[in-house]
Design a protein around this ligand. Structure first.
Ligand code: PLP
Length: 503
């Protein structure tokens, strides 16, 4: 059976369904596959639908689930192969479309119009099956920090799912007007949303701290904590699927022969999406370089160049808010894998990060990371120009996160001379960031996001995703906001209420 170990103590080893239930390991580490001897040849996946591809890949990683369980979960999330499922607005699930310099893998055709939907339509099913396997009769309280997109995707995924309760924390300033409205209007009896007067990093720290907080532990009675963030293994593994799926489309399109490498460009925040690409490469997918694209919060660009990760730097609020992150949690998993599972090293580096705000890896570890990864960052100005040029020259309307990646590919090609075929992961619908996108196209936009939405639609005639078009008609349910220092007290108090309600 596949086992997953904590990056901070590899003697702790669990099968995948237990990692899905727990989210974060009790020692604060992240569950990671130590044994990557599993293999998948993309030739076996040519012509397969998205759900079929997902079943094959997930079974390799999660063989404590039966094939029937995975089939049921995948079908509920992505529909039956070749037919549009209830969740996605296209039967392809992930359309892969060419543009002048490469391909865009459109990961935003799900219910909340961001790539997080690919994992978060599936995770609730994996979680309820995991309860059944272990005969658990508890309520799982899912605490989730969001930089904008995870929040709504998790709220939609867990809405009214039995035995679950979900709370989302988002930064009060920074998320787009559409993102904020999506969260404030979330439906369901088991959902809570709270703004935090701080950054995403504050939200993420609160959620991680809650796992080991005595104050929170004392409030849990018949309730266990978990997370829907990309620190949860159940978020990470479903993301491996679209790397394979996109590669197969390039083979079918004649861009590469099976076995020839493809580069992937990934707009990166918490390092979850790109880490799934690294797992795909370990599994045998011919991946050339993984190009890590950042906005002006370019902590990862510097790390990949110098080996020093320094989170002590000015924080920028940008037009790609889902990447406004200075502490990229999933990098911990890469350090673990690249150091051959050196949990002592990871513990030491993470301690330095939390105490001094920085750490430096050895030259040999950096060199090994640089074999697979390259990092580039895109300024706000460059991001706007890229949105403009992609629309004018390629007829592709893209969102700011995708634009950061398109611009990173340009830079990578110019500096490396490596022009092999590339897939840019397109992570959000442009309609989640209407004022930024409209400003990029026309030089101006109304302040109100929903007026901008209308104008963007009139200008481009690109349809507005249904989940965004109706947002103004939904009542606002959640307006609470707290200071980061009050996080543990807030969580403890809501856990107390939840425990009492279950009695
Ligand atoms: C979350 C998100 C990202 C960053 O993904 P990570 O897995 O956090 O690196 C990029 N773009 C969009 C639109 C997102 O929502």
């Amino acid at each position: 059976m596949n086992q997953y170990v904590s990056t901070r103590g590899r003697s702790l080893s669990v099968p995948s369904h237990k990692a899905v239930i727990k989210g974060l390991a009790p020692d604060g580490g992240l569950f990671t596959p130590l044994d990557l001897s599993i293999h998948c040849d993309p030739a076996t996946l040519l012509g397969k639908s998205y759900p079929q591809t997902a079943e094959t890949i997930l079974h390799l990683f999660m063989n404590d689930y039966s094939k029937e369980q995975l089939h049921a979960a995948v079908t509920a999330a992505y529909g039956k192969g070749g037919q549009a499922g209830a969740n996605f607005d296209t039967p392809d699930v992930v359309p892969v479309v060419p543009y002048r310099d490469g391909y865009l893998a459109q990961l935003w055709h799900g219910p909340t119009s961001a790539f997080k939907d690919l994992a978060l339509t599936l995770l609730p099913h994996l979680m309820t099956q995991a309860f059944e396997m272990d005969g658990l009769d508890v309520t799982i309280a899912i605490l989730t920090a969001t930089s904008g997109d995870t929040g709504k995707a998790a709220l939609a995924g867990f809405k009214d799912v039995a035995h679950t309760d979900i709370t989302v924390f988002y930064p009060e300033v920074g998320v787009s007007g559409v993102q904020k409205r999506q969260m404030q209007t979330a439906g369901g009896d088991n959902v809570h949303v709270c703004a935090v007067k701080g950054t995403f990093d504050d939200c993420q720290r609160m959620v991680k701290e809650a796992v080991s907080s005595p104050q929170v532990a004392a409030a849990l009675d018949g309730v266990i904590l978990s997370s829907a963030n990309s620190i949860n293994l159940g978020r990470l593994l479903p993301q491996v699927v679209y790397y394979y799926f996109a590669y197969c489309r390039l083979v079918e399109d004649g861009a590469v022969k099976v076995g020839e490498p493809v580069n992937f460009v990934v707009p990166t925040g918490n390092f979850g999406d790109i880490l799934a690409g690294y797992l795909a490469k370990q599994l045998g997918l011919p991946v050339g370089k993984l190009i890590c694209a950042s906005n002006s919060n370019n902590v990862l660009t510097d790390f990949l160049k110098t080996g020093t990760y320094n989170a002590r730097r000015p924080f920028h609020t940008t037009m790609s808010p889902s990447m406004d992150i200075l502490v990229s949690s999933n990098l911990e998993r890469l350090l673990f894998l690249k150091s051959g599972g050196d949990d002592g090293l990871v513990r030491d580096l993470m301690k330095q990060l939390s105490e001094k705000g920085s750490y430096t890896v050895s030259g040999s570890l950096l060199a090994s990371i640089q074999q697979d990864f390259a990092g580039f960052w895109t300024s706000e100005n460059q991001c706007q120009m890229t949105i403009h040029d992609m629309y004018m020259e390629n007829g592709q309307l893209i969102d700011p996160h995708t634009a950061v990646a398109v611009a990173a590919l340009d830079q990578y090609r110019q500096t490396s001379g490596d022009t092999r075929p590339a897939v840019v992961l397109s992570t959000a619908s442009p309609y989640k960031f209407c004022t930024s996108v409209l400003t990029a196209l026309t030089g101006k936009a109304p302040d109100d996001e929903f007026t901008a939405m209308k104008e963007l639609n009139q200008l481009t005639e690109v349809p507005v995703p249904p989940g965004l078009a109706n947002l103004l008609d939904l009542p606002v349910r959640f307006t609470e906001s707290i200071e980061p220092e009050d996080g543990m007290a807030y969580i403890a108090s809501s856990m107390k209420k939840l425990s009492a309600r279950n009695k």
